[in-house]
Design a protein around this ligand. Structure first.
Ligand SMILES: Nc1nc2c(c(=O)[nH]1)N[C@H]1C(S)=C(S)[C@@H](COP(=O)(O)OP(=O)(O)OC[C@H]3O[C@@H](n4cnc5c(N)ncnc54)[C@H](O)[C@@H]3O)O[C@H]1N2
Ligand code: MOO
Length: 391
């Protein structure tokens, strides 16, 4: 059995960033990592642009200006504007080349077709120069940037439709267990609903992993081995749920060994998730997650997600650890490190009831896991404790 910190290190040292680069459309790039610098193909703004609804002024020394027409956003005209002349202009409209400033409409009065300034105006006030945000050929976003919603908007403002990003892994989810039936069917005696596949795929989607295929297998050696062999050939990452413990019908470990995967560790000194198995074969990474739902998800967040993020080129892929003040007391029974479902708010963390690895309600409410290392045996209210923030 390996300690938690050792297991984390082993996952980190065996996972490498992908060097596969793919071109994708900007609209589909949420959560991807840029594989190259992106250069701006245009000046932004592309022209001198008014930042306000008001008047463009041909000079700034006068107090009264004669009004000469208007420029609306989207107009392609560049009207002449002499000293002492003003033009009605609107936010986003191109500012005439000869304009010296734009004044907000709240700061003028119009009398007899004359624009009277109520206060003085500085040169170039309320004018966004062409290329103020970025100039053509400059770096818009650097390699390594994670694309978020604003990043997608920003690239769209520059008219960019496609970018080069690191490929995200293709992921297989294999669920094992004769007792499992899909929700929607009536349960027979001895059966339970299969929930890990939808839970894990939802956790994957939350973090931007969408290339997921699903497989279901009975507790039978040959079928288990065949599915694992097939998915290792087809996918970058194989997540197996259940069948990894020591029961007579837990065939995952035997199948993996017989397929001669490189076992990196099996069993971690932690609760939940003791029977976690981590291996690689050729270029595929394999995690066999314990079948108990909360164990599966806990192992996913602690080990699988950082690995997937590292693979996808994220630099800041490591577990998001921080500390918080416990409002709860808790006594650990065994010696294993523990991950406890909790709610963290305003630097106070509350450990939830219902921590058994078969239970999901506490996880459904949690926004953090409290991490109790092996050497910590109890928590008292007021203690500063380690937490892992959940995505
Ligand atoms: N003699 C021992 N028995 C067990 C040990 C041990 O050390 N010695 N470890 C226990 C721990 S800890 C865990 S965790 C489980 C893990 O077992 P498996 O990974 O082999 O998982 P299964 O036996 O297949 O399932 C466990 C539990 O979870 C339910 N399950 C499984 N898959 C799903 C699914 N897709 N959706 C919903 N629920 C699922 C399954 O019905 C079982 O109730 O082993 C302990 N035993
Ligand atoms: O590790 Mo098991 O997940 O304790 O039930």
């Amino acid at each position: 059995m390996v300690p938690v910190e050792k297991a984390l290190q082993l996952v980190d040292s065996h996972i490498t960033s992908t060097n596969k680069i793919v071109t994708i459309s900007v609209s589909e790039s949420l959560g991807f990592v840029l594989a190259n610098d992106v250069l701006s193909p245009i000046n932004m703004p592309p022209f001198r642009q008014s930042a306000m609804d008001g008047y463009a002024l041909g000079s700034i020394e006068e107090k009264a200006f004669s009004l000469k027409g208007e420029v609306q956003a989207g107009d392609d005209k560049d009207p002449e504007l002499k000293k002492g002349e003003a033009i009605r202009i609107f936010t986003g409209a191109p500012v005439p080349s000869e304009a010296k400033a734009v004044i907000m409409q709240e700061k003028i009065e119009v009398n007899d077709n004359k624009v009277i300034l109520l206060e003085s105006v500085k040169p170039n006030a309320n004018i966004r120069p062409a290329g103020e945000q970025i100039k053509e050929g400059e770096i818009a976003l650097t390699k390594g940037t994670i694309i978020n919603a604003a990043g997608i908007g920003y690239l769209a403002t520059l008219g960019i439709t496609h970018i080069e990003v690191y490929k995200k892994p293709s992921i297989a989810i294999i669920t094992t267990g004769n007792e499992l039936v899909p929700p929607g069917q009536k349960l027979k005696y001895g059966q339970i609903y299969e929930s890990n596949s939808v839970m894990l795929s939802s956790a994957l989607k939350t973090s931007g992993f969408a290339d997921i295929s699903f497989y279901k297998v009975e507790d039978e050696y040959q079928a288990t081995r065949s599915i694992i062999e097939k998915t290792i050939k087809q996918c970058d990452v194989v997540l197996i749920s259940g069948g990894i413990s020591v029961g007579d019908y837990d065939f995952v470990g035997k199948a993996l060994r017989d397929l001669q995967v490189d076992e990196i560790f099996y069993k971690v000194k932690q609760k939940p998730g003791k029977p976690l198995y981590f291996a690689q074969k050729d270029r595929t990474t394999i995690f066999a997650l314990p079948g108990n739902p909360a164990s599966s998800l806990s192992c996913f967040y602690v080990y699988v997600l950082p690995a997937l993020q590292k693979t996808s080129g994220l630099q800041d892929y490591r577990l998001k650890r921080s500390t918080s003040i416990s409002s709860s007391g808790y006594s650990k029974k065994g010696e294993r490190a523990e991950f406890l479902k909790a709610i963290e708010k305003d630097n106070t963390v509350t450990i939830l009831d219902g921590q058994a690895s078969s239970m999901l309600r506490s996880f459904a409410l949690a926004n953090a896991l409290v991490y109790l290392p092996e050497e910590v045996s109890e928590i008292n209210p007021g203690d500063t404790i380690q937490i892992i923030n959940l995505p």
